[in-house]
Design a protein around this ligand. Sequence first.
Ligand code: SF4
Length: 196
Amino acid sequence: MKEKDVNAVEAKIYNKKNSLFLRSKYYNFNFNRKTGFFMRWGETPKDDPNFSPFGAEILDLEISSGGDCKGKCDFCYKSNGQPGQPTHNMSLDEFKTILDKMPPTLTQCALGIMDIHTNPDFFEMMKYARSKGVIPNYTTHGLDMTDEDADKTVKLCGAVAVSLVNKKKTYDTIKMLINTILNKKVLIRKKKKEEI
Ligand code: SF4
């Protein structure tokens, strides 16, 4: 893509079922909300643009910070989990205000958390993002995931990453998430069979 064209080119963006498409002369993308498939290209499919000239496609948002994190990692980039640090949570209204200001090119949002329940509005935020067609994801230390959290995560998220803070807990959390996904698939198949 030629830099001089960035402000001169018009783009069209449209939704079709689970997909979001952007079309312009020098920058294009396809995003599938169900599979997570994302493809971008420039004037031709062989072009690999360095950036989106029409606005952000991924939002990375910290919704909690401070001392209230079971991870207590020495290398924490936010210095979370350290004694004496007050915990701050973004409110649901603040989250909505930020999301509503994002351009229609936004496809996904990555939420920076501490413990799963540090921010009481965490799951509501992800619900709101989904209602706007923005697929949420998050990274967890895996020390506090419950079956209910796993269930909500599988329903709402496009992806979840589990950090290796404690080998057993990491394994258990990943297993819990996989089992939840498999159970959901079995339930869907069962339901489909009953409908036939
Ligand atoms: S789990 Fe994450 S947020 Fe918590 S201390 Fe470790 S790196 Fe920081």
